[in-house]
Ligand binder design. Structure first.
Ligand SMILES: Nc1ncnc2c1ncn2[C@@H]1O[C@H](COP(=O)(O)OP(=O)(O)OP(=O)(O)O)[C@@H](O)[C@H]1O
Ligand SMILES: [Mg+2]
Length: 239
């Protein structure tokens, strides 16, 4: 069953076409990676699927419903959840208040405050703490929890590993299978290509807003990925 279907998507920032002719189809339970260098259009793509940006062409459907003209709020009700680049917590609110800020549009589903606390066991003890004093990994966990509180069917994660130490990145990635097991598909943007290749069922590589390579990680060669990522032919390996 196709959960997210995007077809012919163009998104402009003024004169700049940041996403061009993007197509994707995400099945229930899949984890899809979107990789690409700085400025490739990854955040523009996720923000458009979430309804924050308006596309200049193309359609977006969730679970067979065309949401292209719906507001971001309406899309939350149709099951779209966004973990934005840079976490964007409310620094003046506590951990729990940040989580609950995602809950006012909530649908029925498996996620609740207790379920999020179960996923991130450090949280309950520190629920009353200001989110301004959290580490980067803790902030990312709260941002994920806040999105989960809406009970998304399609979770969009923009740069899960950005600015986090390797051990923390590993912990973040360990949470993903449990999210998928609760009936959610994931569209994951990463600059850390090896992370994306390790978890994704399918990867799309964006270059200047276009998909220049896509496939299952096991079918993609390293040289092809480097070429697609940087837009230049990777130097031949010595020897
Ligand atoms: N609000 C905006 N106004 C004007 N141009 C923008 C805006 N947001 C992004 N852009 C431009 O659109 C292009 C795509 O940006 P986007 O942020 O989507 O890329 P990205 O792949 O997420 O990059 P990064 O890896 O740095 O997060 C870039 O050229 C960027 O400068
Ligand atoms: Mg970005």
């Amino acid at each position: 069953m196709t959960l997210l279907s995007v077809s012919g998507l163009d998104v402009h920032h003024g004169q700049l076409r940041a996403v061009s002719g993007f197509d994707i189809s995400v099945e229930e339970g899949q984890t899809i990676g979107v990789i690409g260098a700085n400025g490739a259009g990854k955040s523009t793509l996720l923000r458009t699927i979430a309804g924050i940006l308006i596309p200049s062409a193309g359609t977006i459907s969730i679970d067979g419903v065309d949401v292209t003209r719906m507001s971001a709020h309406q899309r939350v009700r149709h099951g779209v959840g966004l973990v934005p680049e840079g976490r964007r917590l409310f620094p003046s609110l506590t951990v729990e208040e940040n989580l609950l800020s995602g809950a006012y549009l909530r649908k029925e589903g498996p996620w609740s405050l207790d379920a999020v606390f179960d996923l991130f066991p450090w949280m309950p003890e520190r629920r009353a703490q200001s989110s301004a004093h959290l580490s980067g990994g803790e902030q990312q966990s709260v941002a994920i929890g806040r999105a989960l509180m809406t009970n998304p069917r399609m979770l969009l994660i923009d740069e899960l590993s950005l600015g986090l130490a390797p051990v923390v990145v590993r912990r973040m990635y360990e949470a993903l299978p449990r999210i998928v097991a609760n009936g959610c598909s994931i569209l994951l943007v990463e600059q850390d290509v090896s992370q994306a290749l390790a978890v994704a069922d399918h990867v799309h590589c964006l270059l200047e807003g276009r998909t220049v390579l896509s496939g299952r990680p096991t079918d993609l060669g390293r040289a092809d990925i480097e070429t697609a990522y940087f837009g230049i032919d990777a130097p031949a390996e010595a020897g």
